[in-house]
Every structure is written in C-alpha cells, then in structure tokens.
Design a protein around this ligand. Structure first.
Ligand code: TXA
Ligand code: MG
Length: 362
C-alpha cells in the first residue's frame, strides 16, 4: 500500500478515506493519531494490525464537539460537562459509560441489511474499540484540521497514538511516516504538535474521579474543576506482579527507545554533574539534557529538551529526543527529568516508563 501525504487542503480527501474504512494519520495538539471510523469494526481492526497493538488495549474516540457525547455515552455525570466546557477542544480524555442500544435499536438492527461492517453488540460502540469494556474514552482534539476531518466524515474517529506499538509517540508527520509508511492509506501533515505528550485521561465512572494518565492538561487544573480526585498507582509507580492498571495501556512499556534509559531526578546542576561522573567515555552513551548543559558532554550524542524550568518546551521535545537517540544508535541513554509540577508530571511519567522506572535521585 502506498501511504499518501496529505496537506491542509485535503481534509475532504482524508474524510472520504475514513468513511470508506481506511486508515489515516491525523495531527492533534498532543501527538499524531492513527484514525479509523470508530463505528466500523473492520476498519478499527486495521489500526491494531498497523501498530502491532495488543488487542486488549482499548482505543479512544475523537469527536468534534461535546454534543456528540450523548450519542455514544450514558449516565454522563455533571463533571463531564464541566470539564468539557473548560478544557475542550483540548488535551483531555474522559472515560465514560458506553451507551447501550435501546430494544428498538436492537430490533431495527436485526431487521436491517447485514454486511461485514455490522456489529451486533449490546453497545453502540463496537467491542473492538473498547476491548469489550463497558466504558469508553472520549476526546475532543484541538487541531483545526482534524476537527474539520471528523466533522466531514460524520463519524467518531477511533485513534491511538500513531506510532508502532512500544515506540515513542509521533509528534511530526515525518515521525509517523517512519513507523507507518506502507501500512496505512494516508497521513495529514498538520505541522509539529503543540503539546507533544498525549492527553490527560480521567476516569469519571468512579467516585472520586481518577487520574489514569497525566498529560496535556496539568492535574492542578483538573483539581480546580473536580475538587477531589484519586491518582491511579500506575501513574507514579511500576506495578507489581498481577497488579492491573485502570487504563490497560499503562501496563505496557511504551515510549521506549531501543537503548536502556537512566532517568536523573532532582536539582538540574547536581543531575548534570552525576551524568558527567557516570557516563562512559564512548560515544555509545547518549544524553538527553536541559539546554543549560548542552556543552557538558562533548563527544556524546545529545538531544536538548529545553530550558530546565520550561517543562512545556520539554513536553514538546521529549518524544523527538527519544527517537533521536534511536537514530544515533546509542547503547545507553542518560536523561534529565523535570520536577512533577504542572506538565512536568506527564514528562516525568513518560520518562519513567521509557526507563522501566530506572530512576536515580540526586
Ligand atoms: O493524546 C492522545 O490521547 C492521543 C491522540 C492521538 O488523541 N491518543 C492516545 O491514544 O494517546 P493511545 O491509545 O495511545 O492511549 C490511550 C490510552 C491507553 O493507555 C488505553 O489503555 C487507555 O487510553 N484507554 C482507552 N480506553 C479506555 C477505557 N475505556 N478505560 C480505561 N483506559 C482506557
Ligand atoms: Mg499510545
């Protein structure tokens, strides 16, 4: 299959490919997503194949505005509407109850024409999207091109991040092409992603609501709307044998570059000194560091994350930095890490996971 590269004038073409059951790389403000018609089980199945994604890891649905929530969800709590008003369109995914088909809808389905795209499950959304759960992740992305494409396609778009499973998420069309060339129909180039880490996921089917994945909306901002909120242990710790995270995807080791990673936490200067003292003399050790320390590691492959105090810049650059290390072919990566306030929690979480929680506190 030849993968077409589409531009801002091709939203109609992208919508058409999606309507016909094809796979399209879509720009969002967080990372590029791999989209398919979320009501077409066959198309959604193709996402799992292209990514090599485990089938038990559910996908989230992308909609163009909050009014679409009622089509696919039920028992929507007040907090969901409040969060949508404050943060949508934007980098927030809400886990809500899937809407079940009414007896009339089931009857209609039995009477109607059957094709390979028909799904008969009790929920409006096919089981392949939700991995058989009775909940679904809903997100309204902020990128204008992707919102236009979803509007034109007229269906909710199921889309995980557009990387091969296990690789860092793509934050440019080029990165997505590296992973998906020849495996999907098209990629829409909407420029580099403005946020750079995936959406924040909050589960609203439990009380209090629970943070499942830190992301583009900082936890502090969610607090201002939600008041009480629990934090899933998978956000901050490596889960023990047999422990199950609430977001199935959090049990895998995503964001992983090929080489092992050591994450250095704490004061940035002390961290840079620690790396300088422990790094091997060879060019096989690479460094991901704050801009202030760019000259400290001559002879080593280097990726700058942004200034030590600018964790928004670090979020934007993180996944490209991890991919850069792969390209340099390093055998070990030393990575500086911001503190956990604001968007820093998402950056820390991705680095912790990339390293398999191999963390040094200085
Ligand atoms: O920013 C984003 O969220 C990007 C862009 C493309 O929208 N998408 C994204 O999707 O990061 P993905 O599939 O890479 O991550 C979604 C996460 C997975 O960890 C999955 O397990 C979890 O959401 N998830 C999906 N549905 C869920 C559900 N019903 N309950 C709990 N977790 C769920
Ligand atoms: Mg992903």
């Amino acid at each position: 299959m030849k993968t077409e590269l589409l531009g801002p004038l091709d939203t109609g073409r992208a919508a058409q490919i999606l309507q016909r059951g094809g796979l399209v790389g879509l720009p969002t403000e967080t990372v590029y997503g791999l989209g398919a018609d979320g009501l077409n089980p066959l198309a959604v199945q193709g996402i799992f194949q292209a990514k090599g994604r485990p089938q038990d890891n559910p996908l989230i649905l992308h909609i163009p505005d909050p009014t679409w929530l009622e089509r696919y969800c039920e028992e929507i709590p007040l907090e969901a509407w409040q969060l949508a008003r404050r943060f949508w369109p934007g980098p927030l995914t809400m886990i809500l109850k899937c809407r079940r088909r009414t007896p009339e809808e089931l009857e209609e389905l039995k009477q109607g024409p059957v094709c390979s795209m028909t799904h008969f499950g009790p929920h409006i959304i096919p089981d392949v999207v939700t991995a058989g759960l009775d909940t679904v992740g809903m997100r309204c992305p902020a990128h204008p091109l992707t919102r236009a494409i979803i509007q034109e396609a007229g269906v909710p778009i199921a889309a995980p991040s557009g990387n091969t499973s296990g690789r860092p998420s793509p934050t440019t069309a080029q990165h997505m092409l590296e992973d998906m060339d020849g495996k999907i129909d098209a990629i829409v180039d909407g420029g580099p992603c403005q946020v750079g880490v995936e959406s924040t996921i909050v589960d609203l089917t439990c009380n209090p609501p629970r943070l499942l994945r830190p992301g583009g909306v900082p936890m502090e901002e969610l607090h201002s709307v939600l008041g009480g909120m629990a934090i899933d242990p998978a956000v901050t710790h490596q889960l023990g044998e047999g422990e199950q995270p609430r977001a199935p995807g959090m049990k895998y080791r995503p964001y992983a570059p090929k080489a092992p990673v050591t994450v250095i936490k704490g004061d940035p200067v002390r961290g840079a000194i620690y790396i300088r003292d422990h790094i091997s003399d060879t060019h096989w050790d690479g460094v991901i560091c704050f801009d202030e320390f760019a000259n400290w590691f001559p002879g080593h492959p280097l990726e700058c994350l942004g200034a030590a105090r600018d964790s928004w810049e670090q979020a934007r650059k993180l996944f490209a930095a991890l991919r850069g290390m792969d390209e340099a072919g390093v055998k070990h990566i030393w990575a500086q890490c911001p503190d956990s306030s604001g968007i820093g929690l998402a950056v820390t979480n991705r680095l912790n996971k990339a390293s398999g929680f191999h963390i040094v506190e200085v």
